[in-house]
Design a protein around this ligand. Sequence first.
Ligand SMILES: NC(=O)c1ccc[n+]([C@@H]2O[C@H](COP(=O)([O-])OP(=O)(O)OC[C@H]3O[C@@H](n4cnc5c(N)ncnc54)[C@H](OP(=O)(O)O)[C@@H]3O)[C@@H](O)[C@H]2O)c1
Length: 295
Amino acid sequence: MDRLKSRVVVVTGASSGIGAECARSLAQEGAHVVMSARRSDRLADLHDEIAFAGHGETTVVAADITRPGDREHLVNETMSRFGRIDGLVNNAGYGQPGPVEIVPIERVRQNFETNVFSLIALTQLVIPIMRTQGSGRIINIGSVAGKIARPYSSIYDATKHALEAISDGMRCELAPFGITVSLIRPGIVTTNFLSVSRDSYRETNGDYSLYPGFLSTVEREYADILYIAGSPESIAQKIVRALISKHPSARYAAPGHAHLLLALEWLLPDRLMEALIRRFGQPPGKAKSKKDEVS
Ligand SMILES: NC(=O)c1ccc[n+]([C@@H]2O[C@H](COP(=O)([O-])OP(=O)(O)OC[C@H]3O[C@@H](n4cnc5c(N)ncnc54)[C@H](OP(=O)(O)O)[C@@H]3O)[C@@H](O)[C@H]2O)c1
């Protein structure tokens, strides 16, 4: 394939899920992938897996995206090894679920710190490099939740709404320098995302019993909607396309249900859309899938 031969692409959140699958796909396309996340053991395993399969070269740089020193280390390491950055995939992120009334404000800040402020700060370090090169591609991993906010998820959904604005603004600002910006809008994808979300609500001490709809939804890991979940590969394909297309789109969505939800959001009046969304906040009925754990 080699459609990204010798391109240097930094992927954040590469230790699992969408980021890991993205790293595999980019390596197969001939890119040199700089994989970053906090869990260096997971990154090392992925590095070995890709090398063993003969699917390309990767470099591991462990970093907590919320730490300024780690962000600088990631960029400096990449530049000292390769002298350029052709692509930045801003993928690291998580969801802090819970009713707005109950989620502790420091948890709200932390979710914005990871998903929005750190993404902006890392991008600020990479833009001057791409501008000097006269080229570069920035891919932000947003979400369908960046257009459609749901009950008990509006903190996370607000972080993804912010990425819609940041991506649109940057796209116009950076076009004169030969830098493109694309936003990927995944729907529901089978990764560790939901179990990380569940852990992050359990770590708080709020009185969630006031919102029984939330508890039944989060504890059952949305079992009744997981049957529509797509694969991380479907998202990785869109990321590859945004990196190789001559004229990358402003937005990509996947899997299929993401297109449907976005179309409904565009077509339906608020009242009808809200009725549809409220289903997420009700105690679930009979699960349509036997899946009870997200891998
Ligand atoms: N799965 C879905 O249904 C879905 C839908 C829409 C959008 N998304 C978005 O897709 C992206 C990837 O999520 P995923 O589904 O693949 O979930 P995941 O499997 O939980 O992966 C999240 C990744 O983010 C990294 N990360 C989290 N906090 C970090 C930090 N402070 N510093 C560095 N890395 C950090 C994690 O690595 P470490 O823990 O090792 O640091 C992990 O590699 C996220 O931005 C998410 O919002 C997911």
